[in-house]
Design a protein around this ligand. Structure first.
Ligand code: ADP
Ligand code: GLC
Length: 486
């Protein structure tokens, strides 16, 4: 049975991206569409979307629409296009006063209004089109008020009355909290009792919590993380609400879009390779080292990092471990990322301390991210928490051995190599501390020094299959279960 699915997301590749949510929203939509479901993707019409490449057509009857968010008045228009590379229909919600800013996310005082407005406008668009999604699939805090809005503002709306909701938690570390003084922005009137009362008393409104309370089904992006977020250690204050909904919470590991992330066809690379042609990987590494200004020889192991430089990613552990390991052993390091100032400063200093061996490229650069996956020997992800993580799965396909902490999706996608049996795909450490990371780095370097063994690890990884096809079936199962429920 095919379904009508509305996906509400704050970013989606290839239109706009800051992290993995974009990859997932784009690829899941594509997969659902390919499976015969009427899948429509709603995203904010950010200024940074390249409209010469992605050309939206104005949707008739949805231009200059009045939108009230509490006492705030906005005007929005809807443009539509098909997602490049697939037939998914995308609706861009244009509202320049809200989305015409330099970055996708801001620390501006109206940040909550930007996404309340987006959520309401997306639902209004379904209603105005007379298109009745059976499933409204929202993602993270930005669209987490959709389930409550459907029960309140849109309860009498014929196109939406029967919609069931799914909330996927990609990152519990971001909850979109705003002041209880702004409760009027939700315009719930005599249904304001539906807001989480303890939070209100504490002076806050937590969008993600309301998604957890009111979505028909909850998912997060790996089975391990689904268990983790119900615990005090990983729940980030939402563990009680999650425990109440534990029976409705499923962990579904993200997939990989192998149409984009595969060294056999990667459009960013001048040469392609697979497990039978690893010499090409070495050629790419050689070219990359020269281009990036490394002086180390191609035989020296190259470790790569591509990351938002945020506390989540475990960079603090590297402060002590990396200078020590770099000081003691042959190792080169390429880092691509942008984020919190202390982390950027750390990598800047490290590059100064180890010239020709450490290169820090500050910023966001998709093509360079692909090159790092292709040219590196090792990929470092010592995350404090990692709901899923995509780069370790990309790394596996590129024969770039991931070194990860055993948490969330890292634990579910990388198996610690066992030299005795020859099974396993990477280096996995347990404790979030400096000695554990140092042990993992040294273990990786010891294994690298044994070329036959290293090639075995590479090939084990390259044989893994994390394609979306299998993963999207698990979402479809949930959708179907919900639509059958009275
Ligand atoms: P998160 O969503 O927490 O950032 P993921 O591992 O799920 O982590 O996804 C990160 C995605 O963003 C990957 O596709 C990665 O290649 C990409 N990415 C992160 N930082 C950069 C950057 N500085 N330049 C290019 N791509 C980046
Ligand atoms: C998040 C998580 C990451 C996950 C991504 C996509 O931002 O930090 O682990 O892979 O969302 O689900």
């Amino acid at each position: 049975m095919s379904l009508r699915v509305a996906i509400l997301a704050s970013e989606a590749t290839p239109l706009c991206k800051t992290g993995g949510l974009a990859d997932v929203a784009g690829a899941l939509a594509e997969c659902l569409h390919a499976d015969g479901n009427d899948t429509r993707l709603f995203i904010p019409g950010y200024a940074s979307i390249d409209r010469s490449r992605f050309v939206p057509q104005p949707v008739e009857g949805l231009q200059d629409m009045a939108l009230e968010v509490g006492a705030h008045r906005y005007v929005f228009s809807v443009g539509t296009l098909t997602l490049p590379g697939s037939g998914v229909r995308v609706y861009l919600i244009d509202c320049p006063v809200l989305y015409g800013r330099p970055t996708l996310y801001t620390g501006d005082p109206d940040e909550h209004l930007r996404f309340l407005a987006f959520t309401r406008a997306a639902l209004m668009t379904c209603a105005a089109l007379g298109w009745a999604p059976q499933i409204v699939h929202c993602n993270d805090w930005h669209t987490a008020f959709a389930p409550l809005f459907l029960r309140t503002h849109f309860a009498q709306e014929p196109a939406l009355a029967a919609a069931r909701t799914v909330l996927t938690i990609h990152n519990i570390g971001y909850q979109g909290i705003f002041s209880a003084a702004d409760a009027g922005d939700l315009a719930l009137g005599d249904q304001a009792h539906l807001l989480h009362q303890d939070d209100l008393r504490a002076g806050i409104i937590n969008p993600l919590r309301h998604g957890i309370l009111y979505a028909d089904a909850l998912t997060t992006v790996s089975p391990t993380h689904a268990r983790e977020i119900c615990s005090d250690e990983y729940g980030m204050g939402l563990q009680d609400s999650l425990r109440m909904r534990q029976l409705d919470l499923t962990g579904i590991l993200n997939g990989v879009d192998y149409g984009v992330w595969d060294p056999r066809i990667d459009v960013n690379l001048p040469q392609h390779f697979d497990a039978e042609h690893l010499a090409v990987k070495t050629d790419l590494k050689r070219a990359f080292l020269t281009r990036m200004g490394f002086t180390s020889d191609v035989s020296v192991p190259l470790a790569g990092i591509v990351s938002r430089l945020a506390r989540q990613k475990g960079i603090d552990l590297m402060f002590e471990a990396l200078p020590r390991v770099l000081g003691a052993r042959d190792l080169a390091l390429i880092v691509l990322g942008t984020g919190d100032a202390p982390y950027e400063q750390f990598f800047r200093d490290l590059a100064e301390q180890f010239p020709g061996r450490v290169v820090f490229q500050r910023g966001y650069d998709d093509a360079l991210a692909h090159w790092i996956e292709a040219a590196s020997d090792l990929f470092l992800m010592p995350s404090r928490y990692e709901p899923c993580g995509l780069n370790q799965m990309y790394s596996l396909r590129y024969g770039t051995v991931p070194m990860v902490r055993r948490t969330g999706g890292l634990a579910d996608s990388v198996e610690h190599f066992d030299p005795a049996s020859g099974a396993g795909t990477g280096v996995v450490f347990n404790d979030f501390d400096v000695p554990a990371l140092e042990w993992a780095l040294n273990t990786a370097l010891d294994w690298y020094a044994e070329p036959t063994q290293w090639r075995r690890i590479m090939r084990n990884g390259m044989a893994q299959d994390f394609s979306w096809k299998r993963q999207s079936e698990q979402y479809i199962e949930i959708y179907q279960r919900l639509t059958k429920r009275k």
